[in-house]
Design a protein around this ligand. Sequence first.
Ligand code: VG1
Ligand code: CO
Length: 543
Amino acid sequence: MTIRTIPTQPFTDQKPGTSGLRKRVPVFQQAHYLENFVQSIFDSISAPANATLVLGGDGRYYNREAIQVILKMAAANGFGRVLVGKGGILSTPAASCVIRKHKTYGGIILSASHNPGGPEGDFGIKYNVTNGGPAPEKVTEAIFARSKQISEYRILEAADISLDSLGVSDLGGMQVEVIDPVTDYADLMASLFDFAAIRDLLAGGFRIKFDAMHAVTGPYAREILERQLNAPAGSVMNAEPLPDFGNGHPDPNLTYAHELVDIVYGENAPDFGAASDGDGDRNMILGKGFFVTPSDSLAILAANATLVPGYKNGLAGIARSMPTSAAADRVAQALGIPCYETPTGWKFFGNLMDAGKVTLCGEESFGTGSDHVREKDGLWAVLFWLNILAARKQSVEAIVYEHWAKYGRNVYSRHDYEGLPTDAANGVMKHLHGSFANLQGQTLGNYKVLFCDDFSYIDPVDGSISTGQGVRIGFTDGSRIVFRLSGTGTEGATLRIYLEAFEPDVAKHPLDAQAALSELIGIALQISELRTRTGREQPTVIT
Ligand code: VG1
Ligand code: CO
């Protein structure tokens, strides 16, 4: 077997976004495109000779082909061993778990998460570092810088490796070990949660429905929920991972997980519903005819953490991304623990967890997790909820209402405008930046502007600074509007508007979030000039 050095030209667009490099499949299929990026990773991470790498993906279209290329490039770049999930499968949290458990140098995860898959869909690749978490910005910036300079890559000339049976094979002197993608992860879950209590809950007739959305979580959910916790067969739906996710959009929210939503809002609904995304790191939590916002979910997990064996000694602290509601802050305050506010994306939580400053982290975008791994973790959140439900023996809805009664409610919504012309979206952000001086102190209807700024973050552990993380307009009553451009899309631009108001008065619950936020929504549209600048009347997705 010979190692080939292939001359190449740089691509200019290999800048990793919020979570790795995401492009349409045909972009990745261009000659040298994937190889350039992989070589740029290897050139930037200074792995020692014979290092071990973890490799796997969410099973989407192009996963298998990419894995073969990466294996041959790893062999040609001096890696000693690669742990690859059987069939090329590893969910994002499972990959993080395997990196940590087997103390590997790092890992490559192939996923475009919740973005649709298939020949015309999206593909993605990201590098995770030794702690199991997404590469921090200094690493992703180094990879991007390298991708603009690259002139050659190395690849082994060899036949493809079989990914479908467990075991070790040799690839040009490098060991390729095909591992069961579920075992290590399932063991970790069993060590954190009271499986016996959850089994009793389910045996007592508490009914659950988990929608894997034909994405990577299917095999994990089947093993843990149906086999280990004895949920009746069929409790996990759409459990077969498919390269095009059954033509679906594997994003667990009220819009895209409508099949599940119809079930939990329908007749004879189960007591608990949940869904996960393409790569298994997101979660949506539902009760019987009831939706739990991700920001509330984080706060409720934090408030109830000591009911769960893995967290019985309490939490060191909580972290949430800036656009996530302040519901978790109220719990942190009550518990007397710190709450950190970070930019969007899981890579900002890693340092805080490594330093022991936080135990739970969350984002409004259906992401929750803890220091058990260094990624957000969909099934973990589902098990956390089931453990709380088993301990409290109340409905999801009752738990949420009690939480609001105790802490007040941060009424919250996100409006996404997807697929906007990039210029128009940039124009909106530029206009907002130019309005700061004018907005300061202004009264808009019932709201008075307290501050407006562009969020920046100084990492309290390593002092690194991240600027331009989203425009915030805060009002004197604690309400807030945030504008941010997405860093995960592949087509045009996606503008997100995050809206939050605080309602302490329990007598006003339940209230409809959209109605309660309607004045803020109007203000957001007015000050951003979004409708005139983009020609869009309505958001694409409301969560
Ligand atoms: C989105 C979410 C963000 C999340 C990121 C990756 O990013 O808003 O909270 O961390 O996706 O999640 P953006 O830049 O599009 O807003 V995943 O499950 O797509 O890896
Ligand atoms: Co994801």
